[in-house]
Design a protein around this ligand. Sequence first.
Ligand code: C2E
Ligand code: CA
Ligand code: CA
Length: 462
Amino acid sequence: TAITELKRHQQQLEHIAHYDLLTGLPNRVLLGDRMKRAMTLADRHGQRLAIAYLDLDGFKAINDRHGHHAGDQFLVDMSRRLTLALREPDTLARLGGDEFVAILSDVQDDDACFAVIERLLATATDSVALEQGPVRISASIGLTFYPQPDPVDSDQLIRQADHAMYEAKQTGRNRFHAFDPERDRNIRGQHENLAHIRKALSCNEFVLHYQPKVNMRTGQILGVEALIRWQHPQRGLLPPAAFLSLVQDHPLGIELGNWVIASALDQLDRWRAEGLNLPVSVNVDAQQLQQAEFTEHLFATLAQHPGVRPGELQMEVLETSALEDLLRVSRVIDACREFGVTFALDDFGTGYSSLTYLKRLPVTLLKIDRSFVHDMLDSPDDRAILEAVIRLASAFRRQILAEGVETLQQGELLIQMGCELAQGYAIAHPMPAEALGEWVASWQPDPSWRRPPESCKVHEPH
Ligand code: C2E
Ligand code: CA
Ligand code: CA
């Protein structure tokens, strides 16, 4: 009858809307429905799903070589085999072309799931008999799981599996790769962080604070170290530990480093105009120092600040990073010395530099890491290291400065040991540029530091 005819027609239409004509597998629309259902069931029963995105490797060549009819025949055969490789409740859908998605429901453990995936991979490499003869190819599979730490929808899951599949292709095909939500979140978070830092740079939210370096005994002010801060509109003044690691190994780190040097030189110009003549040192990290254009860039920046005199700019390089590429770093130091820019080895004592290394690194100043100073009064070991480092510096005719001097006793003992240069809270905290003039005008070393060496009692620390 006409009614049954109509019903049949409607069924046909529904079938067309939900199934792939060529292979009879569920299509993208039905896949979406099935995924939503599987996710709901998984939520309800506390189960885990895996979504596998499968893409054949080298399918195009079959089409090209044997024609579309052969290609279609191949896909039909492959679909049937892949379906057989799955377990009963699982769904295999065809997205189009040579791309398939499998929903693996209720995968309790990774091993069971990986076994199914391996079976799919093996099946894909089975040879398929075409009229023109047997052909064999392989497949690459991307895998993702549900649920995840963050909420996800079915489209996102397919995208994740697609990404993972792409990784599998990249790393050599005929394999699977699992999507890592944790890593993805980190990468997304990192993009966000980098965008924030880029914006902060363009909005001038970074500032330099300056910490004086002095001779504790004579009271001479040697200069200041520039230390970066982020004046965050919501979070307030952030220390470098809160943001520098985000730009590590990223070109933005070099941009930020260049900003630091240029700003410190700008500040030198301003202080000079106010009658304040103080050398400034800036911290450069390994990435910045090891980039090919470091010296060119530095000289260009110096050229924009013709008022800066030789010796007014010093670079502080971590001992550990200087040792990483000794030859390169010593060449950079040599090149910079011709322009009157000197170098300090920062956090000295933490990098295990041997005597030979030290001899080959033409640095002017060694900055003893503050951990040794911190414990010097209690730890004979740290005191022994301090003594050795101080003697080392004098043997190599390098200046030596103690970082992190927080108490008068530490200063006093350091002076006795022959280290008169220092930096630390006992002298001054890092301060905004505007505060420095007043500090310079009023600072006096403590009388206990002023005692001439011969008159000071050698008292043992307790
Ligand atoms: P650093 O070069 O060893 O700088 C000295 C750090 O010790 C500074 O921390 C300073 O505020 C802190 N300090 C100074 N005196 C004392 C003291 O008496 N006691 C204690 N406990 N700490 C003291 P800050 O400013 O948080 O900087 C941390 C590190 O971040 C610096 O260590 C440096 O390695 C890096 N840094 C700072 N500014 C820059 C920059 O512009 N570029 C690069 N690449 N690194 C920077
Ligand atoms: Ca430093
Ligand atoms: Ca340091």
